[in-house]
Design a protein around this ligand. Structure first.
Ligand code: ADP
Ligand code: MG
Length: 322
């Protein structure tokens, strides 16, 4: 590593997102600065790992604000820990930069530090290279042995829930290039949902004892629920009229299509035995988070959607998730 790379890490990362503090500090014996980070996981827990790569122009727009990029990248990655019911511990960052741009690094690293503190996760290492802008984040968390939430446990007799509202981030794509001074409060709300998804960590952790399967919605409800159905060897039914839609999305238009097939919301979709509905209601109230029952599991293969009359609903538009 060259002196300037060392300097970048020291200045922008070691004292920011790499500051060892918060709930996961007890697990971190050595963070940034050695050949390996050294972590312990709490006795009786398993280690959960996930990595995500974001490439400029593919996963985020060219010229995207470094602060928004840092926040969104970590939120998206931590969302996988949430979907598994994990408690975050640490993450690593492989960062490829076209040049050393101090203003960019400063915006990126301070937002990364803010996001890390918010999610209770510490940057413990990484790699810094020169090339087209690209970042890979690997997150690590833990959950009590045998209790991590997986996709394959949905059972006939379960009901299907989603958290929050769906489709907002997809609708926001229309406004990504807009000057915010011309946007309405509703349009700003949609944009916020794209830029700053909230990993549903507390929800995921509470669901360890309730849910039979869970996934975070990155590619749209239809596609992501289909992963649960396939992994669980069951079929599912979605009631279109029950999909949770924000007022802002309804105002924007195309709400059902966005909710079914639009990605990027990072809400959780999960299945629970119908007998646990009351527990989900209590949990939603505790977390102050909408948890909406949108369908149920049945025998068979695949996903079908029904309308308010229980008739098959054929989605308008061209998506092919079914
Ligand atoms: P090595 O050559 O042993 O792989 P490096 O010289 O690449 O290590 O990095 C030195 C230290 O800085 C290591 O602890 C590494 O994890 C950390 N590091 C490098 N790049 C980053 C980064 N982008 N974010 C956080 N830590 C980093
Ligand atoms: Mg080394």
């Amino acid at each position: 590593m060259s002196a300037s790379e060392f300097d970048i890490i020291q200045r922008y990362f070691r004292n920011g997102a790499g500051r060892v503090s918060g709930p996961s500090a007890a697990s971190i014996r050595c963070g940034i600065g050695d050949d390996c980070a050294v972590l312990s996981i709490p006795a009786g827990e398993e280690l959960l790992l996930s990595v995500d790569t974001l490439v400029e122009s593919v996963h985020f727009p060219l010229g995207y604000s470094p602060a928004l990029l840092a926040y969104r990248a970590l939120a998206v990655c931590v969302s996988d820990l949430a979907a598994s019911g994990a408690s975050p511990i640490a993450f690593t960052l492989a960062l490829t930069l076209p040049s050393v741009d101090e203003a960019w690094l400063s915006g990126f690293s301070s937002a990364l530090a803010r996001a890390a503190a918010e999610f209770g996760i510490v940057l413990v290492g990484g790699d810094t290279t020169r090339g087209p802008l690209c970042l890979s984040l690997q997150v690590m968390g833990s959950a009590p042995a045998g209790q991590a939430l997986l996709r394959g446990g949905a059972q006939v007799g379960d009901v299907i829930y989603v958290s929050g509202s769906l489709g907002d981030a997809n609708a926001a794509l229309a406004y990504l290039d807009s000057d915010s001074s011309v946007l309405s409060p509703n349009q700003k709300y949609l944009l916020e949902r794209y830029h700053a998804p909230v990993p549903r960590l507390k929800l995921g952790q509470q669901l360890r004892s309730l849910a039979t399967a869970a996934i975070d919605i990155s590619d749209g409800l239809a596609a992501d629920l289909a992963h649960i159905l396939t992994a669980s060897s069951v079929a599912g039914v979605l009631r279109i009229q029950d999909l949770p839609l924000s007022d802002a999305l309804v105002d924007h238009g195309g709400a059902i299509a966005a909710a079914l097939s639009g990605g990027d919301d990072y809400e959780l979709c999960f299945t629970v035995p119908a007998s646990r509905r009351a527990d989900i209601e209590i949990l939603g109230a505790e977390l102050n988070l909408a948890l909406t029952e949108v369908g149920y599991i049945e025998t068979g293969v695949g996903l079908r959607c029904v309308d308010a009359q229980n008739k098959a609903y054929s989605p308008a538009g061209g998506y092919q998730h079914f």
